[in-house]
Design a binder for this molecule. Structure first.
Ligand SMILES: [Zn+2]
Length: 475
């Protein structure tokens, strides 16, 4: 999985794996063990959570992985390999030191990971006898891990030949310039130093930290390699070079060399983590970063991870340059050039939108390539803006004064506006009162008129009535 397609699949009915005996049991075994009915509500929830665990592993291991180091970016990378031979003369005769490494395989793998950089791989071969202090340290810190507990209690003898990695690391850190003179880390050239030891018999490096005595975790005992910030430290032995002799069935003339371990450790130096950091199933990804697959190339997930972080970093740098240019531009005098720079800025911002589109389509290398261009454009814009003649100090001071005046006028205006508004509202209140008064006056007028008419009517009526009765009484 992950060789060229962004695909990850899990057979839930398979397992267990050799590294996760009790974590990735087959679904049917676990369900029977815990009497789970997937058709019940509880069983459906259990199954959903199981799937969620695996999806979580996928996201953190492969889709959005962490980095072990901040990935360095450069137009040129040089993997500088120093192989120090610590073996006996007969061992050297059986396996020539030059045959333990294949530079073409390393170059191909690293170039695949860094398609937009020039990648160079070089190796030099040295003898430990040329470094007496180092030779003394290796002998002093060599030993055999022969755990009594493992031998008699767990009945699994260890017998691991080792060299303590810590003192050798300290020595190399102090004396790195003796071995690799060209150490640098900038945009135009970045050197990745790899110090690899060819040990006698079956010796390996080992870290002697807090020891889980009941376990046989390869990461807590003998190691093939480790990547520090300054360099990668690798140690293989004669037994590794002739591993075919010890394999079952025997594969004569075949063995393990430095190439795969170097590719793996260079991956770490460039920031990549193991695809099994958050769950052992990631170990089956087709990547030089996994343990199980023993691949010489990086997975699509590794390539995506680096292309994405490089694009992000370049875009962030471009944004920073554009922001700085935008801040400085209003203080520049040459109006014609200011206009031209504004046009360049618009072009850059359009390209940034196009990068985001490529990114969304998961065309990360394309986005990375475009981000390199954008970064250059933003850098150029900032350079032009910095070089433009600034507006003279007196004009700036006058502008500042005018600005203050404008601020002052604005304040006065807002004061006046609020006064006007309050007067307006008072006027409105008065008008409404006046309206009410008018209405009342009209009402009073109408009432008075009505009363007057009524009174006249009654008076007339009263005066008419006696006359009528008199008239009728006379005849
Ligand atoms: Zn590793």
């Amino acid at each position: 999985m992950g060789r060229s397609e962004r695909l990850w699949f899990i057979d839930l009915s398979a397992g267990p794996t050799f590294v996760s005996m009790w974590y990735d049991l087959p679904l049917q075994v676990t369900m029977e063990d815990q009497s789970i009915n997937p058709y019940s509500d509880g069983g459906a929830l259990w199954l959903t959570e199981l799937l969620a665990d695996y999806i979580w592993e996928f996201v953190y291991n492969l889709a959005a992985p962490d980095f072990v180091y901040d990935p360095p970016w450069s137009e040129k990378f040089k993997v500088e390999i120093v192989i120090i031979d610590c073996r006996e003369e007969p061992e050297k005769a059986i396996v020539p030191i030059e045959s333990t490494v294949n530079l073409t395989l390393i170059r191909r793998a690293v170039s695949g990971l860094l398609p937009l950089s020039e990648v160079d791989v070089e190796a030099i071969f040295l003898n430990v006898t040329d470094f007496p202090e180092l030779n003394v340290l290796i002998n002093k810190y060599s030993g055999k891990l022969d755990s009594w507990m493992h031998k008699y209690l767990f009945l699994s003898p260890m017998n691991i030949s080792y060299v303590g990695a810590q003192p050798i690391y300290e020595y190399l850190k102090r004396n790195l310039s003796l071995l690799t003179p060209e150490i640098s880390g900038n945009r135009s050239g970045h050197v990745i130093p790899v110090i690899a030891f060819a040990f006698s018999q079956d010796k390996h490096f080992m870290f002697k930290y807090k020891w889980l005595i009941a376990g046989l975790n390869p990461e807590s005992s003998a190691i093939w390699g480790v990547s520090f910030r300054e360099f990668a430290l690798i140690g293989l032995s004669q037994r590794d070079f002739l591993y075919g002799e010890y394999a079952e069935p025997k594969q004569e003339g075949k063995g393990l060399g430095f190439s795969q371990v170097i590719i793996h450790e260079v991956g770490h130096m460039l920031g990549l983590a193991h695809p099994h950091t958050y769950g052992d199933l990631g170990d089956f990804v087709s990547s030089a970063m996994s343990y199980f697959s023993y691949e010489y190339n990086f997975s699509i997930f590794d390539r995506d991870a680096l292309a994405r972080i490089y694009t992000d970093k370049l875009l962030m740098k471009a944004y920073r340059d554009i922001m700085e240019a935008k801040e400085k531009l209003p203080l520049k005098l040459d109006l014609e050039k200011v206009k031209a720079v504004e046009n360049m800025m618009n072009e850059t911002e359009k390209l940034i939108d196009a990068i985001e589109q490529e990114y969304l389509k998961m065309n990360y290398v394309k986005a990375w390539e475009m981000a390199l261009k954008v970064c250059e454009m933003a850098h150029e814009i900032l350079g032009i803006v910095k070089a433009l003649p600034p507006i003279p100090r007196e004009i700036i001071a006058e502008l500042e004064n005018k600005k203050l005046e404008i601020e002052h006028l604005k304040e006065e205006y807002s004061d006046l506006l609020s006064k006007y508004e309050s007067l307006l509202s008072e006027n409105e209140a008065f008008s409404s009162k006046l309206g009410l008064f008018k209405d009342l006056t009209i009402l009073l007028f109408i009432t008075t008129i009505s009363l007057l008419i009524t009174t006249i009517f009654f008076v007339m009526k009263k005066r008419k009535c006696p006359l009528t009765s008199k008239d009728t009484a006379i005849p």
